[in-house]
Design a protein around this ligand. Structure first.
Ligand code: TNX
Length: 521
C-alpha cells in the first residue's frame, strides 16, 4: 500500500495517472478521481474540488452543434434552462472552446478542466469537443442520461483530463442485410456508440438474404432483393434519402459511415433481382436461410463490372467518408483465380470513384492497391497472408472473431447469437491488445478496431443492445485508450459504473456476472 501510494504520487506528479491505472480503489480515488469513464482517458489529475451545475448555469460553445447536443441532454435531465451562447466573448458555467488545447490532443482529443466555478472543454476540432462532452457526461451522475427531469445534485469532480485516441479507426458494424433495421433504429445505435467515442459506423448493406440500399440504375436490387430477410420476414431497404439521413446523423456524432456491398460472394439477393447477372442467365430464388458461401457474381461477365461501377458510383456519391467496403469474404463459390481477377477490377472501380477500398482480410490473398485496408476477422493470432500484406504497407482493422464479434454468445446460456468463433464474455472482449495481437501486424500497421454485429439471430433494438453492451464499450476502450492503462480489474469497475447509466437510458444490457454492477442497475 505504501509503495502504491508513493507510486501514485510520483505518477500524479508526472501527470501520468490514467484513471484505469490506479484510480478506483486506491489513493487516487480517495483524492477524488472517480473511475467511471470508459474509455479511460490518457491522463486524469484531480484537484479535490467539485463543480455543481445549478439552475442558473449557462453554456457557451465555439461549435453550435456540439453545444446544442450537450444542452439537449442536460436540459432534459436537469430541467434547467441552461441558455446556450455560441461564440460568446466570455465562458459560461460549461464552456466548449476551440482554442487553448495542447497540441498533443490532435484532431479528436480534448482537455477538460473542472474547478469549483465551472467546466472548460478545449479542443482543436469539434470532434474533440464532442468526445470531451462524452467524458463530461460520464463525470456527472448517471441520472444525467435521463430523458425526463431527474433529481440532482449535478456534480463534476474537479481536476484536469487530457485525452486523445490510440487508434484513428474505432468502429462498429451493423449487419442490416440478414435482418433489416430502420433509420430510427440505426440512429439509436449511433447515439449509443457515440457515448464511447466510436467514430466509424460500418453498414453491411447487402448479403444473400437482402439488398438494403436503393440504386437508381438497378431498382430491383432494393424493391425485390430487399423484400425479405432471414426467417422470411418482409425485410426492407433504405431509400437514398434515408441513407443520406443516416450519414448526416452519424456526422453530427462525429462518426463516419463506411458502406459495404459484399462481393463477389454473399450476393444472392442481387443475383435473384437480375437474371442477366448470372453466368447461366437464370435468377435464383430469394434466400432466407443462414448458410454462407454459396453465391458468386459472374466474374467473366462484362455486365458484372458495369453493374459494380454503377452501384459503387451511386454509393460513392452519397458517401462523404473516404472508405467503401467491398466485402470479399467467404467467396467459396468463386475460384481463386476468378477471385483475384475480380478483386483487381473492383479495386480499380472503387478508385475511379475516388474512394479507398476496405475488404475482409480474405482480400490479402490478392494483389492489393497500396491504399487498400484489410479487416481481420480470423480466430487465430497468425495469418501469413495478412502479415505479408502488412509488411507491404497494407493497413489492418482488427476484428478478431473470437474477441471482437458482437454476435458471439457470452456463455452457453445466451439465447441470441452464434458460437462458431467461441464464447465471448466481457473480460475476453477486453483481454487483447489490437496493436500487438496478430503476428507481423503491429503498431503502425493497425488502423484500429471494429466490433461487427452480424444479425442472423438479432431482430430488435433490444437484441442489438444485449449483444453490444457491455462488449462494445470494452472494444471502444481498446481502440481509444493507451495500452499502458490496460487493467482488467480497473476496467471492470469502470464498466460497473455504466450500469446505472444504461438502466436510466433503457439500454437492454447483458448483466455479466464478471462485473459487480451497483445495486438497482
Ligand atoms: C462470418 S465474418 C461472416 C458473416 C456471418 C458471420 C456470423 C465474415 C466476414 N463473414 O457472413 O454473418 O460469420 O458470425
Amino acid at each position: 500500500m505504501r509503495l502504491r501510494q508513493t507510486l501514485t504520487t510520483l505518477l500524479a506528479a508526472l501527470g501520468l495517472v490514467g484513471a484505469g491505472l490506479l484510480a478506483g480503489s486506491g489513493p487516487a480515488a480517495a483524492a477524488g478521481v472517480p473511475n467511471t469513464v470508459v474509455p479511460v482517458p490518457v491522463s486524469v489529475v484531480s484537484d479535490g474540488s467539485t463543480f455543481t451545475l445549478t439552475s442558473t448555469a449557462t453554456l457557451t460553445s465555439d461549435d453550435a452543434g456540439v453545444g446544442g447536443y450537450l444542452a439537449g441532454i442536460l436540459r432534459a435531465s436537469t430541467g434547467y434552462a441552461l441558455p446556450l451562447t455560441v461564440n460568446a466573448p466570455g465562458p459560461g458555467s460549461i464552456a466548449l472552446q476551440l482554442s487553448g488545447a495542447p497540441g498533443s490532443v490532435g484532431a479528436e482529443g480534448y482537455q477538460l478542466t473542472t474547478t469549483a466555478t465551472g467546466v472548460v472543454v478545449q479542443a482543436q476540432q469539434p470532434a474533440g469537443l464532442f468526445h470531451g462532452v462524452q467524458t463530461l457526461l460520464q463525470l456527472l451522475p448517471p441520472a444525467v442520461m435521463g430523458s425526463t427531469v431527474q433529481p440532482g445534485p449535478w456534480t463534476v469532480p474537479g481536476g484536469t483530463v487530457l485525452d486523445y485516441p490510440r487508434f484513428a479507426y474505432r468502429g462498429a458494424m451493423l449487419d442490416v442485410a440478414r435482418h433489416f433495421f430502420t433509420v430510427t433504429q440505426v440512429k439509436h445505435y449511433i447515439d449509443e456508440l457515440a457515448l464511447y467515442k466510436v467514430n466509424v459506423l460500418h453498414l453491411h448493406l447487402s448479403d444473400d438474404q437482402g439488398w438494403r440500399i436503393a440504386v437508381n440504375s438497378w431498382p430491383n436490387l432494393a424493391t425485390y432483393g430487399g423484400s425479405t430477410q432471414v426467417g422470411g420476414g418482409p425485410g426492407g431497404y433504405y431509400t437514398q434519402a434515408d441513407y443520406a439521413a443516416i450519414v448526416s446523423y452519424a456526422a453530427s456524432r462525429y462518426m463516419t459511415v463506411v458502406p459495404e456491398i459484399d462481393m463477389p460472394g454473399h450476393t444472392n439477393a442481387a443475383l435473384a433481382s437480375y437474371a442477366q447477372l448470372n453466368c447461366n442467365g437464370v435468377a435464383p430464388a430469394l434466400y432466407t436461410g443462414t448458410n454462407v458461401g454459396f453465391s458468386s457474381l459472374c466474374v467473366p461477365l462484362p455486365l458484372t463490372y458495369t453493374f459494380i461501377d454503377q452501384v459503387i458510383g451511386e454509393l460513392a456519391a452519397l458517401t462523404p467518408g473516404p472508405y467503401l467496403h467491398i466485402g470479399g469474404d467467404e467467396a467459396s463459390s468463386t475460384t481463386a483465380s476468378d477471385y483475384a481477377s475480380f478483386l483487381g477490377q473492383v479495386q480499380q472501380i472503387v478508385a475511379a470513384h475516388g474512394k479507398t477500398v476496405v475488404g475482409w482480410h480474405d482480400i490479402t490473398h490478392t494483389t492489393l492497391q497500396p491504399s487498400a485496408v484489410a479487416q481481420f476477422w480470423g480466430t487465430t493470432t497468425s495469418d501469413s497472408a495478412v502479415a505479408a500484406a502488412a509488411a507491404g504497407g497494407t493497413k489492418v482493422i482488427m476484428s478478431p472473431a473470437n474477441k471482437a464479434y458482437l454476435d458471439m454468445k457470452y456463455t452457453h446460456k445466451t439465447k441470441l447469437g452464434q458460437t462458431w468463433a467461441g464464447l465471448i464474455e466481457v473480460n475476453t472482449a477486453y483481454g487483447w491488445d489490437p496493436g500487438n495481437y496478430l503476428t507481423g501486424v503491429t503498431g503502425s500497421s493497425v488502423q484500429g478496431v471494429e466490433g461487427p454485429l452480424w444479425t442472423e439471430t438479432i431482430v430488435t433494438s433490444a437484441d442489438i443492445d444485449y449483444m453490444a453492451f457491455p462488449r462494445l464499450p470494452a472494444l471502444a476502450e481498446l481502440g481509444w485508450s493507451p495500452w499502458s492503462t490496460h487493467n482488467v480489474t480497473a476496467f471492470d469497475q469502470r464498466l460497473a459504473a455504466q450500469g446505472p447509466r444504461w438502466r436510466t437510458m433503457g439500454v437492454n444490457y447483458y448483466h455479466s456476472t464478471q462485473i459487480s454492477w451497483p445495486s438497482g442497475s
